[in-house]
Design a protein around this ligand. Structure first.
Ligand SMILES: [Zn+2]
Length: 230
């Protein structure tokens, strides 16, 4: 047998693995339920909406740093303007700072495609001031499920990728939840997904979310999930 064959075979396997990595799992993609569950690899995107807040965001950042995992923060621009130190920390510590809304007032932002794009651009200003670039990752307040086709088209046309979720701490729905309730909700809603996009909130009234976060991270680490950001 030709002695070069095993080496050639190994090189081909390596090439195939590299190609698979780049084609099957782009760093940023519009989230789709159909595509999320057919991959063999297990990955989780932790996402935090509605911050930054002086009370909760630093606690979440501490835990992410201690656990050495990355996340994506979908910020509210109005709150960020007076808390740029938190945007700076999110960015410096390797997380993605992305657009959620400037005002988060549904009646104003969803009034027309023009008002939506204006809101996104306004939210992007503090991000640009701190990070030096505008984010092209976006999450519709309430999720894309609740907006019309015209608004989604306007976002797509502006070159922005929007991201929904397929699992949640349910920290916006539950009334005064306990840490255990949030932990259980996060695990239960993620069941059956090999690509988990987890919704949580870092607004000022969500301190229990920070309480539950470490347990959730450790659960997914134990299950072999890789932590990713958009
Ligand atoms: Zn929100």
């Amino acid at each position: 047998m030709n002695r070069k064959l095993p080496a050639l075979f190994a090189a081909l396997v390596m090439l195939a693995l590299i190609l698979w990595q780049f084609t099957a799992h782009p760093a940023v993609s519009t989230f789709s339920f159909a595509k999320a569950d057919d991959g063999a690899r297990k990955e989780i995107y932790l996402t935090f909406d509605d911050g930054p807040s002086d009370r909760v965001t630093p606690r979440i950042l501490d835990i992410l740093r201690e656990e050495d995992v990355c996340a994506t923060f979908f910020i509210v621009g109005q709150r960020a303007e007076s808390r740029k130190y938190l945007i700076r920390r999110e960015f410096d510590e390797g997380h993605t700072v992305a657009v959620h809304s400037y005002s988060h007032v549904y009646d104003e932002i969803y009034n027309s495609p023009e008002s939506l794009i204006q809101d996104i651009e306004k939210c992007n200003k503090p991000i640009h001031e701190v990070t030096g670039s505008y984010s092209d990752v976006y999450r519709f307040p309430g999720g894309s499920f609740m907006v019309g086709k015209n608004l989604k088209e306007a976002v797509n046309k502006s070159g922005i990728t929007y991201v929904d979720w397929n699992a949640s701490f349910c920290d916006a729905e539950l009334d005064s939840p306990t840490e255990k309730q949030l932990f259980d909700a996060a695990i239960k809603t993620a069941q059956g997904h090999s690509r988990v996009v987890m919704l949580a909130h870092d607004s000022t009234d969500r301190s229990t979310t920070a309480d539950a976060l470490r347990g959730v991270i450790r659960h997914f680490k134990e299950k072999g999930f890789v932590f990713r950001k958009f």
